[in-house]
Design a protein around this ligand. Sequence first.
Ligand code: PLP
Length: 833
Amino acid sequence: MLQFSDLPALTGGTLLQLPAAPAAMQRLLLDSRRVETPADSLFLALRGPQHDGHRYLPELYRAGVRQFVVQDDVLLADFPEAGFLRVPDTLAALQTLATHHRRHFPIPVFGITGSNGKTIVKEWLAQLLSPDELICKSPRSYNSQVGVPLSVWELTASHTLGIFEAGISEPGEMARLARIIQPTLGIFTNLGTAHDAGFASPAEKVAEKMRLFEQVDTLFYCADHELIHAAARRQLSPARTTRVAWTRQRARFDAQEADLLITMQEAAADRAVVRVERARPRPQEHTFTLPFADEPSVENALHGLSVLLWRQVPPPEIQQRLDRLQPVAMRLEMKQALHDCYVLDDTYNNDLAGLRLALDALARQARRGRRTLILSDVLESGLAGAELYARVASLLPSHGVERLIGIGPDISRHHAAFQGLQTEFYPDTAAFLAAFQPEQFRQELILVKGARRYGFERIVAAFQQKIHGTVLEVNLDALVHNLNFYRRRLQPGVKLMVMVKAFAYGSGSAEVANLLQFHRADYLAVAYADEGVDLRQHGISLPLMVMNPAPDAFQKLRQYHLEPEIYSFERLHDYLSAAREAAMPAIHLKLDTGMRRLGFAEEDLPELCRLLRENAAHLRVASALTHLAGADEEQHNNFSREQLAAFARMTPQLEAALGYPILQHALNSAGIVRFPEAQHSMVRLGIGLYGVEASGQEPDALRPVSTLRTTISQIKTLPAGHTVGYGRRGQATDHERRIATLAIGYADGYDRRFGNGAGEVLIRGQRAPIVGNVCMDMCMADVTHIADVQAGDAAVIFGENLPLTELAARIGTIPYELLTNVSERVKRVFVAE
Ligand SMILES: *Cc1c(COP(=O)(O)O)cnc(C)c1O
């Protein structure tokens, strides 16, 4: 086991201080929010464009971490018991450690790269080889410069095979990943046509990716990707590397450019039959059935199939393993459930690494209340039962789990490992469901994690009993993508306030706020004090601005530390009298520079400054802000610039009166894109976070966050001449129609103006117009032109391919209104990949 004192020689760094008590370095820690076992962790302070690990050293030290690798100087006196190593580049040091670790395990290791399918090929290969091997593989898609070293670090002496994926975005990156993975086998999945900003040409990209395989013994790939085929022949030495290529083209096979000819015999909706011909070592022919038929899945499976054939697994056995292939679900969903509970539903595969990721997600939730884990037997771990469940048990307290419900014979047998937790055990899922008492779950977070064969979707359904057919799905990854888009546009040091008013634009305030807290936004803003109280009750501790606090809410402001926006003398006097009695939170001064809605005007400044000066002892000002009236439209540019100029004139006077600097902010989402010069010290991000690019200048930069989805309750066939719905408004036609009744109406927030053809929904990927009036709880769509529609099918109201901007324009409103109208009775489901 590596010691801290070994690090200087290994990394070429400078030892600043040895730890007072040397300990093993089991875990590599990069994120101060993920401390599990501080004593045996080594923290590496990475620095990226939006992140600097050095900022969290004191926090980590307080949490008990004692071993650090840094690239800046540190004040050692603040960390008397800790060991510090300084290196020029902490990321390079991380990679060096992983490279060193990998050298201890002389086992075969697959490296996988390609444009698409890396993660699925990796997971399927692991499924196909798991009967023969104890496999260490990258969790999810940990394939980056940071993810690869972390994955490789997980290798232990019990593993017999490694499978690691590698993803790159710039030249030079693959050589580094290849050094860490040291693959002996390779799979090049495919080459997408997507333009890669980091590369001059597709040929350059493929050459860079191929570098992963320069030392492998065997490379598997599809020779029909011409660029891959050419690069493999050019770059890999035939003396060193055997190429196992498969093709679907007989001419290529006959010309001996590929070893396997794979042809599609038959494709049904849910399976495909393929024939495989081999010329060597002797001519052979086999037929296999794949349990799916879509082209990407077929290609991904064929890579795995070619590996099994090369390993000489008998064909009947190959077929059995193919039959057991499971779709790779990468999503973690958080679902509203009964009694104010939330269920974290993780269908990702059930090994220790997957469990740890799910527990991390659970621990990241700020929401208060008990945390329960419902866990099946952990399969695919490669560890003996006692050791395995001891490892599982050691993870639970540090992730806040208080109660464990174990389901399965194995976990039940090892119940003794979980002493100290509240526990229940059941032999199988049916036994749990038979004993299920909903009253025993209240206001808690429940992580449901089971191997597929346990059918835990039945447990999730039991928790969601009364959910009606309409859900708003909020994609948290898209939200983070959008957050980062705006962050990249900020000048260094500019802070970010995020508007989570109006239920976070309809998306669910507590969950969105939790994510923003995790991603370290600087400030949040809501409209009313009660919204702020709700966030505090859900564990949100970020500074919070309340834009419109009524005087009768001042007590709450104090109690929950909510900072009010003050926009008039009247409010200021009210607040001052409260502040004279007891300390009140800092305030934000709203300046009216042209919106003519709320705020102090320029001519109010002398009086305002006088009041601030006189009350300096008991009133603290956190910021001054103004709001642009036309930030999203070019035609108002001059007006916007005048507003910004007025703001720039007014704020220095405030600071002079106060005698200390305050934050200053003027830009909303559209403003961030259109007036980069006016960021001041903070910006206020709103609709952009939720996926609507209001300035129109960057139409493709954001990802849609919300999908409103309902189900078809019934399909009716309507003879020619019949009308649909109330008021007989659905126009009769001269032909027979099929009409789908959808389980959404204006009480769910579906606007009545979408009635009678103004609106469209997506069913089976096709657009269907709304017919007749939108009713309170339902509406009707014409699906005559869509084949195979059935009751129970999903209908998308808005989301990908049905953008909010377009729908809003159809009824003469703005996306803001459509988003915030979605009624709170519609259940929110939060998904992350
Ligand atoms: C809502 C709001 C914003 C955010 O506006 P978007 O257009 O959604 O980015 C910014 N500032 C104030 C004062 C707001 O009320």
